[in-house]
Design a protein around this ligand. Structure first.
Ligand code: NAP
Length: 342
């Protein structure tokens, strides 16, 4: 049976989700039947067809009767800015993929349910764990989805990248404390040249001109997924002037004595085995652009692993913050959908 989906907020992640779905094996089984996005239809069509980061859409994109069409299949377009302004029930959707980033509390998200969306998959962490029925990182806790959840968060791109690696290190060597520094490509919440931002002074600065530290809830997000590490993880985030692909420097003190070879062996074996498809391992000489359109949650750069003394280790992880994350949304959805009541 076809699963009917809608997307709310058709920006970087909304468009990547549509395309990741199109490039996946679920293309015929899951149908995006509606998109709600403030932009006009001509711009929606144009940015679906052409993407400066991921290249041209691999299917036929056009417009007919006020709908966007992908390979001739229509997708209804609305331009509402409030959940109640769309008749979701009439669209007959099974799930809304919320990618506007504007709804973080239970009360805000419940508005979609009350307006006729049976379920919501969120493209960012909710403000607190209790605001959603589950926060899922595929490969770590997707098995705990029961099928009766109404609102599920796909966590963040950085959480998806770092949590599997942290979990592996904790299981094998015991993590004492961890420090995470994200080097994140620019996002649409930063101006191209200096401009006002209402909550963060640093986000007023030109995205392409500076390395810009910004606030992050990553430590909280990690502890939500790995509660055994509560109080022992700190994180900072730095925006850098690249368009896509990000990195995490993960530094930790371990309870067992290790060397770089042992850490790398663990990572390489996980990437070949239980985490295949989610983690990859490389020792080649890479730069971030090499991972553009890479679907993994993280790629461990073994050549950058260092151990000082016997217990202080640092690793470098690469991840496509757009494509990797959108691919995990597809994965979570595929798993969750199998558990929905029939
Ligand atoms: N980009 C990444 O690497 C990444 C990775 C993982 C998770 N995320 C998360 O995903 C969310 C979206 O990020 P993004 O990078 O895709 O942002 P984006 O490119 O700015 O896309 C958001 C889109 O939603 C639209 N929008 C705003 N208010 C809306 C409303 N009330 N209803 C419907 N649509 C609305 C925006 O339109 P206007 O521009 O007109 O406001 C914009 O087109 C954020 O929470 C972000 O943290 C982003």
């Amino acid at each position: 049976m076809t699963v009917r989906l809608a997307i709310n907020g058709y920006g970087r992640i909304g468009r990547c989700f549509l395309r990741a779905l199109y490039e996946s094996t679920y293309r015929d089984q899951w149908q995006v039947v509606a998109i709600n996005e403030p932009a006009d239809l001509a711009s929606i069509e144009y940015l679906t067809r052409f993407d400066s980061t991921h290249g041209r859409f691999p299917g036929v994109v056009d417009v007919s009767d006020d709908a966007l069409r992908i390979d001739g299949r229509p997708i209804a377009i609305t331009h509402a800015t409030e959940p109640e302004q769309v008749d979701w029930a009439a669209l007959g959707i099974d799930l809304l993929v919320e990618c506007s980033g504007r709804y973080g509390t239970r009360d805000q998200l419940q508005r979609f349910i009350d307006a006729g969306c049976p379920r919501v998959l969120l493209s960012h962490p909710a403000q607190g764990a209790e605001e959603v029925d589950a926060t899922t990182v595929f490969g770590i806790n997707h098995d705990t989805l029961r099928g009766d959840e109404r609102i599920v968060s796909n966590a963040s791109c950085t959480t998806n990248a770092v949590v599997p690696v942290l979990a592996l290190l904790d299981d094998s060597f015991g993590v004492d404390h961890a420090l995470l520094t994200t080097l994140h490509s620019v996002m649409n919440d930063q101006p191209l040249i200096d401009g006002y931002h209402h909550t963060d002074l640093r986000r007023t600065r030109s995205a392409m001109q500076s390395i810009i530290p910004v606030s992050t809830g990553l430590a909280r997000g990690v502890e939500r997924l790995l509660p055994q590490l509560a109080g022992r993880v700190k994180a900072k985030a730095i925006r850098v002037p690249t368009l896509n692909v990000s990195a995490i420097e993960l530094t930790l003190t371990l309870r067992q004595r290790v060397d770089a070879a042992a850490v790398n062996r663990l990572m390489a074996e996980a990437a070949r085995g239980p985490f295949a498809g989610l983690l990859a391992y490389t020792e080649q000489a890479h730069a971030s652009i090499d991972f553009n359109h890479d679907p993994h949650s993280a790629v461990i750069d073994g050549g950058q692993t260092l151990v000082s003394g016997d217990t202080l280790a640092t690793l470098l992880l690469w991840f496509d913050n757009e494509w990797g994350f959108a691919s995990r949304m597809v994965d979570v959805l595929s798993h969750w959908h199998h558990r929905w009541p029939r």
